[in-house]
Design a protein around this ligand. Structure first.
Ligand code: AMP
Length: 118
């Protein structure tokens, strides 16, 4: 069973912020900003590559509710979804990073030359 499935099953602890029948929002153990919450589907999905449009529709509403609940809806926030090796996905259970609570930077992401892909 994967790490985040264990959190869903309450086999390992997490600082849970919100929960409904299908989704869970909990604080990242290594926050990158004053607010750093992870939103996951309770049913295991490896990554964004495999998620259904139906699940994403539910997650969209849930993420909007989380942003309002933690008070960052109006001030703004960033959603990050890392996919696979190059995306930097460490935990192979779909999760959206909901990051805010301060003005965020938009850092340099790679030393690769963007023209190499064209
Ligand atoms: P990613 O690199 O997109 O797969 O992000 C995985 C995230 O999970 C990282 O930001 C970690 O800090 C976070 N993380 C790992 N283990 C835990 C845990 N037990 N509870 C909360 N967050 C975790």
């Amino acid at each position: 069973m994967c790490l985040f499935c264990k959190i869903v099953n309450k086999e390992i602890p997490a600082n849970i912020e919100m929960e409904d029948e299908n989704f869970l929002a909990f604080h990242d153990i290594n926050p990158k900003a004053p607010v750093h919450i992870l939103v996951i589907p309770k049913q295991h999905v490896d990554s964004f590559n495999e998620v259904s449009a139906e699940t994403m529709a539910g997650m969209t509403t849930f993420i909007q509710e989380v942003a309002e609940h933690v008070g960052i809806k109006e001030s703004g926030y960033r959603l990050i979804n890392n996919v696979g090796h190059n995306g930097g996905q460490e935990v192979k259970h779909l999760h959206w990073h909901v990051i805010g609570g301060a003005k965020l930077t938009f850092p340099h992401l790679t030393d690769a030359d963007p023209k190499d892909f064209l």
